[in-house]
Design a protein around this ligand. Structure first.
Ligand code: TRP
Length: 344
């Protein structure tokens, strides 16, 4: 088979994946989902957003959790208004070209490069500290996870990959692997770059550390109203009384406020802190601010969860659009590496 025509690469391509092991929280919303949905509205850009369910298997052996999380994450993005006519929204496991490309890239990835991956190194270090064998509990999935991520990115020749700081290394590894492939087999891959937006807030959690599943300090995004209020009331504060001036810049309540407020509202709350607003009052206002921003989407979210067939249909459409990119590229790659039909 001769070279397959690829879709035109006339616009910048932005791609990011969300691992399906958990329920989206306010930190995910502010740090990833909200900016991604905004970016997908730009006409000079094609956005690829996907549910990274193969990645979920690395972290979780709980089938129900992976399944439920995939559904919740899909419903979340749709409820928040992701325009699926504009963005390509799909499930990683619906694109069979990805695992195939993953193998091609595995044969290009230096083992020494994988030895340096943070996720693997952290696991080894934890084992050493616990006096275990260094590779105790380390699967090949965890070890070669950056290769799968490279396949996700290179499959669509993404230019820009918006990620958190912890993922920059993986995007650099994707570049490295792509260059090596190009060197051996011709210029098939665009070299991607990580995009870390410093203007996007890294939200603090209930205990003041970064909001993260692994710290168990999150506020889930679509909690029913009463529970949202309860969670917000649990945000750690100090013991200053009403009337005593409070420092906005060391306060989690203020930090979260800022992520949802207009500039004017932020200035007002800063003044209220200096004037000694009571913690209870500040939290009540924070609840109202957040609830206003996400209230309608929450309703939409619960109604989407009742319509799994609809979510499935949206994802199947997305997969079809995504495969218009992945199929011809993979056909060319197979040809390039020497995996070809004998019939010419
Ligand atoms: N590994 C990423 C994370 O844990 C998720 C992910 C998988 C991803 N594949 C990707 C992100 C490709 C960007 C591009 O957050």
């Amino acid at each position: 088979m001769s070279k397959q025509p690829l879709p035109p690469h006339d616009k910048q391509r932005t791609l990011t994946g969300i691992t399906t092991t958990g329920t989206p929280h306010l930190g995910n919303y502010v740090g990833a989902i909200r900016p991604a949905i905004e970016a997908s509205q730009q006409a000079d850009n094609v956005s690829f957003y996907f549910l990274a369910d193969y990645h979920a298997m690395i972290k979780s052996q709980d089938p129900d959790k992976i399944h439920q999380s995939s559904q919740e994450i899909a419903a979340t993005w749709l409820a928040l208004g992701l325009d699926v006519d504009n963005a390509i929204f799909y499930r990683q496991s619906d694109i069979p070209e990805i695992p195939e490309l993953c193998w091609f890239l595995t044969c290009m990835a230096a083992k020494g490069l994988m030895n340096r991956a943070h996720a693997y190194k952290a696991a080894v270090q934890a084992n050493q500290e616990a006096n275990e064998d260094p590779d105790y509990g380390v699967t090949m999935g965890l070890y070669s996870y950056p290769v799968l991520m490279a396949a996700d990115i290179l499959m669509f020749n993404a230019n820009n990959v918006p990620v958190g700081k912890d993922q920059i290394q993986h995007v650099e590894m994707a570049r490295d692997i792509a260059s090596r492939f190009n060197h051996h087999f011709g210029e098939h891959f665009t070299l991607p770059q990580a995009v870390v937006d410093d203007n996007v807030a890294v939200l603090q959690g209930l205990d003041g550390r970064k909001m993260s599943k692994s710290y168990n300090n999150t506020i889930p995004l679509f909690l029913p109203e009463k529970k949202l209020k309860k969670h917000i009331n649990k945000i750690k504060t100090n013991l200053l009384e009403p009337g005593e001036p409070k420092d906005p810049d060391t306060s989690t309540v203020f930090q979260i406020w800022q992520a949802f407020a207009s500039e004017e509202q932020t200035a007002q709350m800063r003044q209220a802190f200096l004037d000694g607003i009571a913690w209870g009052e500040a939290k009540k206002q924070l609840f109202e601010l957040i609830n206003n921003e996400i209230g309608d989407a929450r309703e939409q979210y619960y109604s989407l969860l009742e319509k799994p067939e609809y979510i499935e249909e949206v994802l199947q459409n997305g997969a079809q659009k995504a495969r218009a990119y992945s199929q011809p590229l993979l056909a060319n790659l197979r040809h390039a590496v020497g995996i070809r039909s004998f019939q010419g």
